[in-house]
Design a binder for this molecule. Structure first.
Ligand code: SF4
Length: 276
């Protein structure tokens, strides 16, 4: 996953939902709302070790430290039960997760599965964002019967490029194949192409991911190399390709502000007629 500094700072400081004091489910504010109205983070740390991850700086630690010892947050499932009871039946979607990947390790997968069962019990709506959708296939039944959503982040197409920025993440092929399976099972799917680091790679991802229900497109922030990229061109090219493939897309605010007249004509959020 990728998120802006502003988003994450807000996420850390807002732990209320629907006016009820919550411990672990929270309402992201500001830019984080572009992803989800509610969210929950089960883990601290993430073994995927993406070089563009903003979490280490939020937590004031190095990326190595962030990736070295990921662990479940204290009493996380107990706290989740308490929060879930308070908002039982809430129609807003809860994102797993902004910080850490819900399937970054076998232990994380186990916690995620238990968390999904809790959220099912309390009739909550979930969307999962992971770079390991293949592992999420273990939870396909619970996702399907609750009509939840599954998403993956895919910013590279070629393995060598991916390896440069995402040291320990699962292969791109595994993500593409898993998303196809979710799609064939009529589960709502989306892909996050954020941060776009290499336009050519992003275009290849769009082509490969055209089966998903929605593509979210976002720019690269907080790296001076991003200043060398023509963001107007990126917004134009990625959105044009989505339209030509008839895939719904959403251009994140940070990128849409660079959009040219043509891109604006179609809007920040464009819906394909083939939507499920
Ligand atoms: S997958 Fe893990 S390391 Fe990569 S950006 Fe997300 S939280 Fe950070």
């Amino acid at each position: 996953m990728m998120y802006t500094k502003y988003m994450v700072l807000l996420m850390l400081y807002f732990f209320k939902a629907g006016g009820k004091q919550m411990s672990i489910i929270y309402e992201p504010k500001g830019k984080a709302l572009e992803y989800s109205e509610l969210a929950v983070n089960l883990f601290s740390g993430c073994s995927h070790e993406c070089t563009y991850c903003y979490c280490p700086s939020i937590r004031r630690m190095t990326l190595e430290k962030w990736a070295k010892n990921p662990h479940p947050r204290k009493n996380v499932l107990k706290l989740l039960v308490n929060d879930a009871k308070k908002i039982c039946g809430d129609k807003r979607e809860i994102l797993l997760s902004f910080m850490s990947d819900p399937y970054h390790s076998a232990e994380a997968s186990k916690y995620t599965h238990d968390a999904l069962e809790i959220m099912e019990k309390y009739n909550l709506r979930v969307q999962i964002l992971t770079k390991n959708p293949q592992d999420a296939l273990k939870d396909i039944e619970i996702i399907k019967r609750n009509n939840w959503k599954i998403a993956t982040t895919a910013i590279f197409f070629t393995e060598s490029k991916k390896k440069e920025f995402e040291k320990n993440t699962p292969s791109m092929d595994s993500r593409f194949m898993a998303m196809n399976i979710f799609n064939k099972n009529k589960i709502k799917t989306w892909v996050s192409i954020e941060p776009i680091i290499d336009l050519e790679e992003a275009m290849l991802v769009i082509n490969r991911m055209k089966v998903v229900d929605l593509i979210k497109i976002g720019r690269w922030n907080y790296d001076k190399r991003a200043n060398e990229i023509n963001w107007e061109y990126v917004a134009d090219q990625t959105s044009s390709l989505c339209r030509s493939l008839n895939v719904s897309y959403y251009i994140k605010n940070d990128l849409f502000k660079y959009a040219n007249d043509k891109t604006r004509l179609f809007g920040q959020s464009w819906k394909s007629k083939n939507k499920k």
